[in-house]
Design a protein around this ligand. Structure first.
Ligand SMILES: [Zn+2]
Length: 363
């Protein structure tokens, strides 16, 4: 070793150009070292490690701030783990002020317009203007398939959109993203008076509030809110599994990673919740719950017996038939509406009953 150092020293003094070359390498190596220190930089495409070990001992400081690692998508299908890494890396860059803002130029627009979209994740987030999904994951045009509703709830339209992301676009990750200080969840926690179509939306969040209160019966409202936000993410994930057989099958087959997260409005960081803690149980029970429903009983045809009797007799109709016609309803409502649905009066009358009153008018 001593001999090696002596030879190296000699060579150093003999070769005046060595510091210049070494300086350039040192910058690269320091970039590698800085990049690999970040959890997101595992795939950074910088010089090989062998050279880095040698030049890392050079005393020159790095000349420039290391370039934040940007994970580019490899061509072709992307694995769920890689997609998740992209999300995590992008959020790290955004939260630390190192957002790269890639894929936002005219070339990206032209490329995606011509060649179609190939997003790597479906994200269901809240419509809150402080939670701009592409921005907080430092992604650009064509990177994310985003669904947003107040409270990140998933009704039929949202479920269908998620299914589009999974089934047609092939995103390997579905992320349900709640956030701190969510107004929709707050409304549910505080039982706020809402109007218009909002009650139906807030009602979807109420089970999460109930769960949060059950977790910590003595907690204050602030604590309940944070727990309800988390419970709401779990609830929405569960609903997606239960109500979308397409996503459920994809999760079950390992084609899709369904995960949750909570975005912090203050720090800009996402708290990653991972998969639903009871995903296995939900998958199993959902498969049972969503067996084909039994066919509804066929509606029995109306029996215009009384009317026929009246027509044959040619005289006054029986009193019961008379009353029934006046009320524009069948004598036996159960016979017309066996399922108990209320869809209006006349629309459910069978053709036989429509005919009979017309005859009577001509009498
Ligand atoms: Zn919100």
């Amino acid at each position: 070793m001593k001999r090696f150092l002596a030879i190296a020293t000699m060579l150093f003094w003999l070769c005046a150009c060595a510091p210049t070359v070494g300086g350039q390498d040192a910058k690269s190596a320091s970039s590698v070292a800085a990049a690999t220190a970040e959890p997101a930089a595992a795939n950074a495409t910088e010089p090989e490690g062998g050279e880095g070990e040698t030049v890392a001992e050079a005393s020159e400081p790095p000349a420039a701030k290391p370039e934040p690692a940007v994970l580019e998508l490899p061509p072709g299908p992307i694995a769920a783990d890689d997609a998740l890494r992209l999300l995590k890396a992008g959020n790290e860059r955004y939260a630390s002020g190192d957002a790269k803002r890639a894929h936002q130029g005219a070339d990206r627009r032209a490329d995606t317009a011509k060649n179609g979209q190939h997003p790597f994740a479906t994200v269901l987030g809240c419509s809150d203007s402080r939670v701009p999904v592409e921005m907080l994951f430092d992604q650009g045009v064509g990177d994310l398939f985003v669904v947003r509703t107040a409270g990140n709830v998933a009704g039929p339209d949202e479920l269908a959109t998620i299914e589009y992301g999974v089934g047609h676009l092939g995103t390997p990750v579905v992320l349900v993203l709640g956030h701190t200080g969510c107004g929709a969840v707050t409304a549910a926690v505080e039982n706020a008076h809402v109007h218009g179509n909002l009650p139906a939306l807030i009602n979807q969040i109420r089970p999460a509030v109930a769960k949060a209160k059950a977790w910590t019966p003595t907690a204050g409202s602030g604590d309940i809110l944070s727990k309800a936000i988390k419970a709401n993410v779990w609830l929405v994930m569960e609903n997606i599994i239960r109500k979308s057989s397409e996503v459920r099958d994809a999760v079950k087959d390992g084609r899709v990673l369904l995960i949750g997260g909570i975005y912090n409005l203050t720090t800009g960081k996402v708290e990653w919740l991972g998969q639903h803690p009871e995903q296995g149980r939900i998958l199993a029970s959902a498969s049972v719950v969503h067996k084909p429903k039994p066919k509804p009983k066929p509606k029995p045809k109306p029996k215009p017996k009384a009317a026929k009797v009246e027509a044959k007799a040619g005289g006054k109709p029986p009193e019961a038939v008379k009353n029934a016609k006046q009320a524009q309803a069948p004598a036996n409502p159960d016979a017309v509406n066996p399922g108990g649905h209320s869809e209006g009066d006349g629309s459910l009358l069978g053709p036989g009953l429509d005919v009979a009153p017309a005859k009577k008018k001509h009498k």
